[in-house]
Design a protein around this ligand. Structure first.
Ligand SMILES: [Cu+2]
Length: 297
């Protein structure tokens, strides 16, 4: 058991305590059973042995105290999990078949959730299609993203690092490739990242400018947004700062030029059934496109 989040930190000691007390009770019951079965006592009745009082105390009062104590403690732990403290950062999370959209105000990104270390991050979960479930085991329990409703959860990453997450509710053929990563970084790094994400794309030059023309001249523009250009569609991930992400296709590929080329040539090879078609492109055009996408930092 290794938790790295505020929520996991509250639950882990409770789980350990529960198992410890349950273990002690188990041992006590086995010892009492052994004593009750001892042959020299068999001849006498339960009443003669003072058994009625023992049953009342050990079988009634003591368990009542233990259960009541657990109940109180679970209320305290639950209160820690749901404490109505104002969040430091709020992110809108939208589950799509089969990728995650993360919106920070006007900035949008995909599959890579940046958070500042040690701060309380509120996630407002929605779905664009079917039921998904957002789960980053090291940080927090899972919460469903349900169409037509907003579910709220929160998490806090106590240590900087990358924490893997998945969709935990079967949502169609590519459910298994609906992964995500939480990147927890110091506040200053997070602020720089967020400021960058909120900007439009930097106007490209050279082959990248050719790539932008190719992007805008093909159907890419019907599904994707690149802020600062005419591409404003929201069927697929926002690509404005694609080059700053480590994953492509919700974890199916790492983000590098070779992988981007392969993805654009044939997304269906990597994610059969995903809602991005292979778009017929000339080789020069495709390579310019990859250069362009690689420049979108
Ligand atoms: Cu899903």
């Amino acid at each position: 058991m290794s938790g790295a989040g505020g929520a996991a930190g509250a639950v882990t000691p409770f789980v350990v305590l529960t198992f410890t007390i349950a273990g002690l009770v188990f041992v006590a019951v086995v010892v009492a059973l052994g004593a009750a079965l001892s042959p020299r006592d068999r001849a006498r009745s339960l009443t003669e042995r003072g058994g009625v009082r023992a049953v009342l105390v050990l079988g009634g009062i003591v368990p009542a105290i233990v259960v009541a104590a657990f109940f109180m403690l679970s209320l305290v732990v639950t209160a820690r999990l749901t404490a109505a403290r104002a969040p430091d950062v709020a992110v809108e999370v939208v589950g799509h078949q089969w990728w995650w959209e993360f919106r920070y105000g006007s900035a949008a990104t995909a599959n890579e959730l940046h958070v500042p270390v040690g701060e309380r991050v509120e996630l407002r979960l929605r779905s664009a299609d079917v039921i998904h479930s957002f789960w980053v085991p090291a940080l927090q329990g899972k919460t469903d993203a349900v169409p037509g409703q907003t579910n709220t959860m929160w998490l806090t990453a106590e240590r900087p690092g990358r924490y893997d997450g998945v969709c935990a509710e079967f949502c169609g053929v590519q459910h298994a490739w609906m992964r995500l990563v939480v990147v927890a970084e110091p506040r200053a790094v997070f602020d720089r990242w967020l400021a960058r994400q909120s900007e439009d794309r930097r106007p490209p030059s050279g082959p990248a400018a050719e790539g932008e023309r190719a992007f805008l001249g093909h159907v890419c523009v019907d599904c994707h947004t690149i802020r600062g250009t005419a591409a404003r569609a929201t069927v697929g991930p926002d690509l404005t700062h694609l080059a700053g992400r480590s994953l492509v296709g919700a974890g199916v590929l790492r983000n590098d030029p070779a992988a981007l080329r392969a993805w654009i040539d044939d997304p269906q090879h990597f994610k059969p059934g995903a809602f991005m078609p292979a778009v017929p492109l000339g080789v020069a055009e495709r390579d310019a496109l990859v250069t362009y996408l690689g420049s979108l930092e």
